[in-house]
Write a protein that binds this ligand. Structure first.
Ligand code: NAD
Length: 300
């Protein structure tokens, strides 16, 4: 297929790479230079989203936030200016469900389909082509794009109409944030009590406390590797969507709110760019103890 890919950062670059490897014709654009790795494999660098939309039949966006998707689709020389009837726009970024419905209806007016298809699984899942993909939009468009999704991910679900994919992603981000917070509290507790946090993590991996977060983010915490991965500022964006949604739905999400405050505290410490497992660091400040330090009363 002729596929456009806009946004070639931490996630977009490996995802576009898998589509090239699968034999698709890729038309690439980013406001930064297109990575050589992708043109070296046979992808074509374009000078605008408009050019991408003129050349490709399915146009994927993978940019940071709602305003970036709006700029990529409807800005000057954006995708909308290059679209013609029958093409499909697929936004795989994680953005606001309400704005998504507006973007979909603007794209539909041009005779094109729109899918919101955000992902979970992080940079690890993007590289391994094992992302979870949650989709909103018409079934026929979903079936058309599914072979591409299958090259980037494993668990691929059409949840409902436009916006429902993004709503699912917000729900996902609530679970991920609160689980990171729980894992950080547990490992810090264990370490300050004098147990080896690496052994504690290993011991917990088979039981009810087991999770992908304990596995991946727990390991990052123990190795103190806070290079992103998924940046705290992006998770703040996602929890903002959850909390703004909660307000308009008359819903209370108390632990989402408190976890957002911890991310805010990380950002105040200069940590907006840390991986979200860096939430541990603010708990360490509060507990006056770092994982890896000798525990008080410890003998090694
Ligand atoms: P990133 O910042 O690494 O990459 C985004 C890319 O988009 C950058 O290369 C940037 O130059 C480009 N860009 C920004 N505005 C643009 C525009 N108007 N036109 C063209 N290109 C533009 O971000 P990322 O980590 O790859 O995340 C992308 C999206 O995926 C976000 O919505 C994020 O929430 C979501 N996501 C990320 C992860 C993760 O682990 N990193 C996991 C799941 C979902």
């Amino acid at each position: 297929m002729k596929v456009g890919f806009i946004g070639l950062g931490i996630m977009g670059r490996p995802m576009a790479g898998h589509l090239i490897d699968a034999g698709h014709e890729l038309y690439l654009y980013d406001i930064q230079p297109v990575p050589d790795e992708l043109t070296g494999k046979g992808g074509t660098a374009c000078k605008s989203g408009k050019e991408v939309a003129e050349k490709a039949d399915i146009i994927i966006t993978m940019v940071p936030d709602t305003p970036h998707v709006e700029a990529a689709l409807f800005g000057e020389n954006g995708v909308a200016q290059g679209l013609s009837k029958g093409k499909t726009v697929v936004d795989m970024s994680s953005i606001a469900p309400i704005e998504t419905k507006r973007f979909a209806s603007e794209i539909n007016k041009l005779g094109c389909d729109y899918l919101d298809a955000p992902v979970s699984g992080g940079d690890v899942g993007a590289k391994a082509a094992s992302l979870t993909i949650m989709v909103g939009g018409p079934e026929a468009a979903f079936e058309k794009v599914k072979p591409l999704f299958e090259k980037m991910g494993k668990n691929i679900t059409l949840v409902g109409g436009n916006g429902d994919g993004q709503t699912t992603k917000v729900a996902n981000q609530i679970i991920v944030a609160l689980t990171i917070e729980a894992v950080a509290e547990a490992l810090l507790f264990a370490a300050k009590a004098g147990a080896d946090p690496a052994r504690v993590r290993q011991a917990l991996m088979g039981g009810f406390a087991s999770s992908r977060i304990l596995e991946v983010h727990g390991e990052r915490m123990i190795k103190r590797n806070f290079n992103p991965g998924f940046r705290i500022e992006l998770h703040q964006k996602d929890l903002n969507l959850a909390l703004a949604g909660a307000k308009s739905l008359n819903l209370s999400l108390p632990n989402t709110a408190s976890t957002q405050q911890l991310f805010n505290a990380c950002a105040a410490q200069g940590g907006a760019q840390w991986d979200h497992s860096g939430l541990l660091r603010i708990l360490e400040v509060m507990g006056n103890f770092e994982i890896g330090q000798t525990a008080p009363g410890g003998d090694d």
